[in-house]
Write a protein that binds this ligand. Structure first.
Ligand code: AMP
Ligand code: ZN
Length: 457
């Protein structure tokens, strides 16, 4: 029995899909104006793990994740510049070029992290027609109004607006003395179709029944999810910062347009990856990417292991020491596992324990401890087959025999060390050896030159 914490009800619930064993799941994808950082990827490892847990439980999952390539403004409150146009200016490229580039970069990192590819990955700019159609429905039903800078959604028309975040609308109204957008009726109203500015030309803009403009950030998710998953579906995921504005507004639009309540049955939100207690964020310049971690000697799966060691609803504070510990643990696990002989059996007892952990609101730290218990249990049978099942959730390649490839940074350091050794700068050479050691590799000098080995602490 799978239990999940549902943000909508603020409690753990028994998971029961709308239609027998078929599950529809939507994940708010990245805004492709820059590299996705490791914080973003914490929010994509979560639906991946969840999807694997659903499959483990016998469900068939239809997973849709969008790419936001238009309309996400620098402020969630409908003000500021379009992040995509800003990214294009930063790099002197077109918006379309940067969208393609960062979409590919995201996909590459996702593959390296063993994130299973969603069944569909629609792009917002490929669904302009669907978004306009949806706004037309909202207009017909009386939920919209027009002001100088665009078409807005009137949030007071919905009695339960803000239910996901438990927003106190009265308090919000009282607090908002100066409205940032002129003409907006209520502080919580949001834009569906912003008009292009009068004084400058946007790279991305389209004709619509209301004038030239572009879709607001929220409407794309309602339009694309309904196209690929229907007007009501099971699961919606995202990072916790999406609850109060983006997801609240997705619900408002969709429930107003489709008339199904609840529009989505289960809302799953992941806590942040933090650094020294602060949210890792692109706007604050906290840009650590998977490739950057690789450059300093970590594998993407070291990061995946690190994410598994914290519960998804708790913040995870990132540090290089923490990541190095994760790398050591993963390496140790793999080394121990590589020595186990397969007896072609499954250990039902451990598998049950593991299943109980993953089905208790995806308790991965507990599940990881079950794996350690199993491999340390000298009397346990059926280890390999059980680990295979466990790794279908973890996605850590626990049974894959790896060829040790020397990371580029280590190669450079090794070359440098050889130069120092040739110059008989022993102290300098030792320093480099220490540096390499800190990155998790042991240098051994052999007749055929230096060899490296991953350290198994
Ligand atoms: P964005 O590309 O800004 O639209 O964000 C993509 C996803 O990353 C969203 O689900 C965010 O909630 C999530 N996210 C952003 N920062 C963090 C963080 N520090 N930790 C975890 N998730 C994050
Ligand atoms: Zn979304």
């Amino acid at each position: 029995m799978l239990k999940l914490y549902n943000t909508l009800s603020r409690q753990k619930e028994i998971f029961k899909p709308l239609k027998d064993k078929k599950v529809g799941m939507y994940t708010c994808g990245p805004t492709v104006y820059w590299y996705a950082h490791i914080g973003n990827f914490r929010s994509y490892i979560l639906p991946d793990i969840f999807k694997r847990v659903l499959i483990f439980n016998g469900y068939k999952v239809n997973h849709v994740m969008n790419y936001t390539d238009v309309g996400h403004l620098t402020s969630d409150a409908d003000t500021g510049e379009d992040k995509m146009e800003k990214g294009a200016r930063r790099e002197g490229k077109t918006v379309w070029e940067i969208a393609d580039f960062y979409k590919k970069a995201f996909e590459k990192d996702a593959v390296a992290l063993n994130i299973l590819k969603p069944n569909k990955t629609p792009r917002a700019t490929d669904h302009i027609k669907e978004q306009i159609e949806l706004i037309k429905i909202l207009e017909k039903k009386g939920y919209t109004y027009k002001i100088k800078d665009g078409i807005y959604f009137d949030t007071v028309k919905l009695k339960d607006y803000g239910k996901l975040a438990n927003l106190n609308i009265e308090k919000l109204k009282a607090g908002a003395r100066v409205e940032v957008v002129e003409g907006k009726k209520n502080p919580t109203d949001f834009v569906l179709w912003p008009f292009s500015p009068q004084d400058s030309k946007r790279q991305m803009e389209w004709n619509s029944p209301w004038g030239i403009g572009f879709p607001g950030w929220h409407i794309e998710c309602s339009a694309m999810s309904s196209k690929y998953l229907g007007k009501q579906f099971d699961i919606h995921t995202g990072g916790e910062d999406l609850i109060s504005v983006h997801h609240t507004n997705e619900i408002a639009q969709s429930e107003a347009a489709f008339g199904k309540k609840p529009w989505v049955k289960y809302w799953l939100h992941g806590a942040f990856l933090t650094f020294k207690g602060e949210k890792v964020s692109k706007s604050k310049g906290g840009l650590t990417t998977i490739s950057e971690l690789e450059k300093i000697g970590f594998s993407p799966l070291d990061y995946r292991y690190l994410c598994l060691t914290a519960h998804y609803r708790k913040p995870l504070d990132f540090s290089l020491e923490g990541l190095a510990n994760a790398r050591n643990s993963l390496q140790r696990l793999k080394n121990i596992i590589s020595e186990i002989k397969d007896d072609k059996k499954t250990n039902k007892q451990y598998l049950k324990k593991f299943e109980n952990a993953i089905n208790d609101d995806l308790d991965m730290p507990k599940a990881v401890s079950v794996l350690w218990e199993l491999i340390r249990d000298k009397k346990a049978i059926g280890k390999i087959k059980t680990i295979e099942k466990i790794d279908s959730i973890f996605g850590l390649d626990l049974l894959k025999k790896e060829k040790l490839e020397t990371p580029a940074t280590i190669k450079k350091l090794l070359e440098q060390r050889e130069i120092e050794k040739n110059k008989k700068n022993w102290e300098e050479a030792d320093k480099i050896r220490e540096e390499i050691k800190k990155m998790g590799y042991q240098v051994e000098d052999t007749d055929k030159g230096p060899k490296i080995k991953k350290i198994n602490k």
